[in-house]
Design a protein around this ligand. Structure first.
Ligand code: IPM
Ligand code: MG
Length: 358
């Protein structure tokens, strides 16, 4: 039976980068059942909701979701529940996609695009494992109220709740150790245990789970220090496991270190291996529809999808090799262009990957 894949292009450059990834999937000689639906601002425009029930149902019934990007400034003034971002948050919550894998890899051909000097950053290959369905992102209570105590009693205050339940920490910790086992056997858990109760529990549980993985060397780092170490000496890290909020911030930082956020895929998995695959970059509304966007992160996300949700690792290898080949040929979209290389647009980059696959 053909694998069902929900294709959700979204907003901004989403549709044009997804188009290229879909072409690549189509060239693999497999029959996938691709079903497309609107999400984010595009869905709001059509159905007055960023994650309409039909889109959610499609995603739930698929083996995997291939996701473009959501968001546009024009939705900034909408009430929060209608903003495009709620689509991705809703999918994470509703599908239970708690494990977010964000690799940050520096491609040798793109080394000079990094903001760090080559001697500090060359060869960088970090995996950030971000917990994705807990923490202050989803913790209740949250809202705006009148302060009942404290120095600003009687004034309006905003509040959110950071919380993690023990099983939530345990399951992401296990995945962190297992990912480390497949790599350099080093895991760094990032928290803020010097200040936050949630983080202290996080640290205690991670230490407990570590007993089951004696072959993995565990270290702990406060998030402020981790942010600093990432720009000071990023190669000290291999696998980082952290909570939702810290992971959001650190994964952007790590992606930028590679100088090529347009190249980085990501995977968000639930307990049954169902996953959502999306580029690490956003919807870039400023260049939408111009054919300038880099489709490689989305194409590589499709490769991750084949590997993690569809059990087709050899096909993932083929796609990754094809991407390596087009980079070696010197083809670059505007975001990674430098003198001496060949500047191409979104579709041309897709063409080149297809050719390299053949
Ligand atoms: C990300 C994004 C999202 C997040 C936004 C769009 C809600 O920044 O995937 O990192 O904060 O998780
Ligand atoms: Mg983010």
């Amino acid at each position: 039976m053909a694998h069902k894949i929900a294709v959700l292009p979204g907003d901004g450059i989403g549709p044009e980068i997804i188009e290229q990834a879909v072409r690549v999937l189509g060239a693999l000689g497999q029959s996938f059942e691709l079903q497309e639906a609107k999400v984010g601002g595009a869905a709001f425009d059509a159905f007055e909701h960023p994650l309409p029930p039909a889109t959610l149902a499609l995603a739930k019934n698929a083996s995997a979701v291939l996701f473009g990007a959501v968001g546009d400034w024009k939705y900034d003034s909408l009430p929060r529940e209608f903003r495009p971002e709620q689509a991705i948050l809703g999918l994470r919550r509703e599908l239970g996609l708690f494990a977010n894998f964000r690799p940050a890899i520096l491609y040798p051909e793109l080394a000079s695009a990094s903001s760090l000097r080559p001697e500090i950053v060359s060869g960088l290959n970090i995996l950030i494992l971000r917990e994705l369905t807990g923490d202050i992102y989803f913790g209740k209570p949250r809202g705006v109220r009148t302060a009942e105590d404290g120095p600003f009693k009687g004034e309006r205050e905003g509040y959110d709740t950071m919380r993690y339940a023990e099983p939530e920490i345990r399951r992401i910790a296990h995945l962190g150790f297992q990912a480390a086992q497949k790599r350099s056997k080093r895991l760094c858990s990032v928290d803020k245990a010097n200040v936050l109760e949630t983080s202290q529990l996080w640290r205690d549980i991670v230490i407990e789970v570590a007993r089951e993985y004696p072959d993995v060397e565990l270290s702990h780092m406060y998030v402020d220090n981790a942010a600093m170490q990432l720009v000071r000496a990023p190669r000290q890290f291999d696998v980082i496991v952290t909570g939702n909020l810290f992971g959001d911030i650190l994964s952007d930082e790590a992606a930028m270190l590679t100088g090529s956020i347009g190249m980085l895929p990501s995977a968000s998995l639930n307990a049954s291996g169902q996953g959502l695959y999306e580029p690490s970059h956003g919807s870039a509304p400023d260049i939408a529809g111009k054919g300038l966007a880099n489709p490689l992160a989305t194409i590589l996300s499709a490769a991750m999808m084949l590997r993690y949700s569809l059990d087709m690792a050899p096909l993932a290898d083929r796609i990754e090799a094809a991407v390596g080949k087009v980079l070696a040929q010197g083809l670059r979209t505007a975001d990674i262009y430098e003198e001496g290389t060949t500047k191409v647009g979104t579709a041309q980059m897709g063409d080149a990957v297809l050719k390299a696959l053949a």
